[in-house]
Design a protein around this ligand. Sequence first.
Ligand code: UD1
Ligand code: UDP
Length: 440
Amino acid sequence: MKIATILGTRPEIIKMAPIIDEISSRSIDQVVLHTGQHYDKEMSDNFFRDLEIPAPDYNIHVGSGSHAKQTGLMMQGIEDVLLDENPDIVLVQGDTNAVLAGALVAAKLHIAVGHVEAGLRSFDMTMPEEINRRVADVCSAMYFIPTEESALNLLAEGYSRKNLIITGNTVVDACFRHLEIAKKRGFEEESLADLNIEDMNNILTLTMHRAENVDDKRRVASIIEALKELTDMNIIFPIHPRTKNTLQNFGLFDELNNMDHIHIVKPIGYLDFLLLSSKSTLILTDSGGLQEEAITLNVPALTLRYNTERPETVTAGGNILVGSDRDVILENANKILNDDEFADRMKNAENPYGQGNAAKLTVDAIEDYYNRGLLNIEAPDDIMTSFTRKMVLVDEDITVKDFEDRENALIHMLFDGQKMRFPKDDLKIKGMMITYDARE
Ligand code: UD1
Ligand code: UDP
C-alpha cells in the first residue's frame, strides 16, 4: 500500500507528523507532498526538524497569492505528482487551501481521499476554511473525526456512518509526545531566551492570524486596545507573517511593539511554543490548533472569534469566545486573572480530543480499508438498488448493527430522548427514535 500525504502550512505539518511517523513505523510506502504555501523557515522547515519527520519528497512551491491562484497552482502540481506516484489513498488535514486542492484533485483521479480532522463546522461561510473543509468532506472516502460532535455534523449532512471514524485529534498525540521533550530541554529559541521566561510570571501567550481579524482594521484595533490594558501580564506574541504585514500596513505595529508588557517575537518552533503555552496563565488566540492545545495543556483560553468549529472546548468549559470586542476580552481576561475558582474550573475542563492515539487509530483504519478493498474507487458495475427513508421509534432490545443487518438498512440519526447520538455498531437503541435507509 502507498499513502500520499499533502500538507502546506504550519498546523498541517504539526498535526500530520504523528500520522507520518505511524505510517513509517509500519513500513508502508509513503510520499509527502508540501504545497509550499508556508515557506519561511519559521513557518515550515523548523517544524520538520522539531517534530523529527523527514523533509517532504516533493515541494511544489506555490508561495503566497490570491485564493484562486494559490489553489489553481496547487491543483496542477498535485495532479502531476499523484499521476506519477499513483497512491492508494491521499491524506489531507484540516481546512487550508492544500486540503481543498488535494481533495479535489485526488477525487477526480479516482484516488481515495482520507480527510484528517473531518466534520468540523463553524457554520460561517465567509471563512475560507469553512468552504475548504466542506468541499474536502464532499470529496472524501474516509473521515478521521476528532469528536462525536463533529461526526454528528457529517451525519446531519447525510454522510454514511460507515466511513466516519472517530479518532480524537492528532494534535493531542503531538502535544503529549513533544511536551516532555520540550520540558527536559528548556527554551532554546534566541528570541525567547532573551525574554528570560523561566523567571516570568503572568504569561499571556497571544497568537492571531485569522483573516477576519487581522485584515480588518477596526477589529484588530479593538483587540489591541484590550492588550494595552493588560499591563499586569507579560504578553508574548509570536507574530504570524500575515499579521505582521497587516499591522504594519495599518500603522499599528510600532505602537504595539513599543509597549513594555508586550513582547512581539517571530513565530517560534514547536517545542518552545509548547513550553511557552504550558507555562501560560492565559492563552488569547484565534488559532484553531491552539484552542485544542490549550484544553490539552489545561490552560484557560479566550478565543478572539465570534464562532468556532471547536465548540467542544467551549461546552467543556476550557474556552470562551470573546470576539474582537475590547470590553468583552478584558472582562473575561480579568475574571480568569482575579478569580481563582473561575480559572481553576477552566483549567480542569475535560479534554474532548482523545487520548493521544489518533494517529494509530487512523492508520489502523486505513490498513483495514485497504485489506477489504475499500480504497478502490471504481465506477459501479452493479445496478443501484432503491431505498426508502424511514423513521421509527425502536421498541425492542437490539443494537445498531443487528438492526441494520436484519433490515438491510443504514441508520443515519439516533435520538435518545435528550440528544442526537452517533450510531456505533454496538450501541443499544431500545427507546430511541432512529432515521434510516431501508434497501428494497
Ligand atoms: C493559512 C490558512 C489558514 C491557517 C493558517 C495557519 C488558507 C486559506 N489559510 O493562512 O487556514 O490557519 O495558514 O497558519 O489556507 N506569509 C509569509 N511567509 C510564509 C507564509 C505566509 O510571509 O511562510 C505571508 C504572506 O504575506 C501571505 C500571508 O502571510 O500573503 C498569508 O499567508 P497564507 O498562506 O495565504 O494564509 P495564512 O494566513 O497563513
Ligand atoms: N505554533 C507554533 N509556534 C508559534 C505559533 C503557533 O509552533 O509561534 C503552533 C501551535 O502550537 C499550533 C499550531 O502552530 O499547533 C497552530 O497553527 P496556526 O495557529 O498557524 O494555524 P491554525 O491552527 O489556526 O490553522
